[in-house]
Design a protein around this ligand. Sequence first.
Ligand code: ADP
Ligand code: MG
Length: 615
Amino acid sequence: MVLRIFDKEHIRPFFALIGLFVGICSFVLFDDRLVAHEIWMGTLIIGGLPIVWQTARGMARGIFASDIVAMMAIITAVLVDQPFAGAVVVLMQSGGEAIEAYGFKRASSSLRGLLERAPKRARRKGDGRFDEVDVSEVRVGDILLVRPGDFIPVDGTIMGGEAEIDESALTGEPIPRGKKAGDRVLSGSIDLNGALEMRADRLSSESQYAKIVALVKKAQEEKAPIQRLADRYAVLFTPLTLLMCALGYWITRDTTAVLAVLVVATPCPLILATPLAVMCGINRAADAGIIVKGGSAIEQVASIQAALFDKTGTITFGEPLVDAVVPLNGESADRVLYHAAVLEQYSAHCIAKSIVKRGLESHEVLGTPSDFHETPGRGVSGKIDGEVYLVGSSSFVSEQTGIDWMERFGAEVDRIYSQDKVLILVAKGRDLLGFIVLSDRIRPAAPAMIQQLRMLGVKEIAMLTGDSRKNAEVIAHLAGIGQVEAELLPEEKVGFVEKMGQRYFPVMMVGDGINDAPALATATVGMAMGASGTAVSAEAADIVILFDDLSKVAEAISIGRRMLYIAKQSIGIGIGLSFVLMCVAASGMVPPAIGAMLQEVIDVAVILNALRARE
Ligand code: ADP
Ligand code: MG
């Protein structure tokens, strides 16, 4: 992209550069010291005023940031009549601000691109024809026509037709997926080749695409924490600079030495290099499909000590298949499945989806339940034809009915139920109707990812699940996780995260479900599986993995590490060199003009170093 110099942010450094250059020309070519001096002084005053004004205003509001040294250098340069050095500081400071503004503008241009790609129009069926309407007018239940090449306007279900659907904008998955009647489609994906009739299941504002845009927006708006790392160093650096100024004056009894110290101290590595490295790291992560909400998250993820994982939907695919339906007490398997499916229509849990899908295979239509209630991470209840039904884990159904069904049917269960299955109980009133056995596959990337975390120095790894211990232990063993906490309620997951937080810092929690959201918000770094997970969990998390790929967890840590290493290295090099120069300057041996140029060399080196975080 061409840097447009006449933007507001660019005009100041451009002006300072021209002023310096014209002054140098008149000095070198025409040997006219006086004119050069006047030009530099003009540049210093005109270019420096806004910086002094800005910083003073910030100080009046109680903000003591790293630009204070630059402000002092500018004022001192005017007072001791050394305009060249002062003008270089103006260039440095305003150039820094311009680069920062450029970075954020670029970040928001990627957001604009995302917004431009958002579906805008839909074709809605009414009176036997299709009318083109704005997507915001689409209501849940509307029947829509999607033609080949169209965006899917809102999340919904295909009613008729078949097509290859390109979901790459949402999931990063480049290979299109064939979809047909009954399959779900997400807004923002593209119909490549077939005409589809679909039913709208969600409003446009609640559909997948809108959620992703909102997430990215939020991630980018959180600008403030980006400077945290830098400000920690600024707190030490500014007083040190003042001390060196005093020392310089004491040694030389000359204000020129004070200016020289201020000029070489202008802490560009802090003002610029750190935010630049952090921004590069965040962009780098975004390219890999990892949305980081703010600078502190990427900084913290770099040094994770304990990593906690949810099971269903995180370590496993969260697409369990119904293996068997086991009726009890003379019920038919079909009735057990039917009643479970009717209730589960109202739940967004992955187990619910599988049960509903199975139910629809043998029933054209499912009835509607009333008084539906979901207990996240445990099960659901509701009324069908006036009778109360329960579907959920053994502990949930046992608790609700007041009977320990596992004790009563333990032998039966052991016969039908091998260890790596999910067991769901279906009850009517206080009677158990039967079991539904599902199996969920572990994500193949899980064991390697866990191993990688160990190699990256994560000290404690545990799995937290709402599922039964039996199944949880099998999955944890396959994944290579030693510690398992099973049958946890959402608040118990929070409790465990807090307990870990007392021993380790920072703690990361990775999850996908509604029942994980509180734990994600509690952990130092919450990481959500964005593609398959629930919106609530993505909202609660600090980092969202857009693609359904577990290896991204380790990748996020690696990217954070590299970013932090480069940022610290830049700070170290910058402050170290500045300090050496400051010592020399305090002795009065460096004229401010030379100091300014030396400092500029350090700046460029440090900025170039920070930009390495991009790769
Ligand atoms: P986690 O993600 O913590 O591993 P889940 O979200 O799978 O746990 O919930 C734990 C258990 O709660 C499930 O194994 C299941 O027994 C039960 N459960 C939760 N929601 C439902 C539901 N909608 N229908 C049936 N059972 C459910
Ligand atoms: Mg889960």
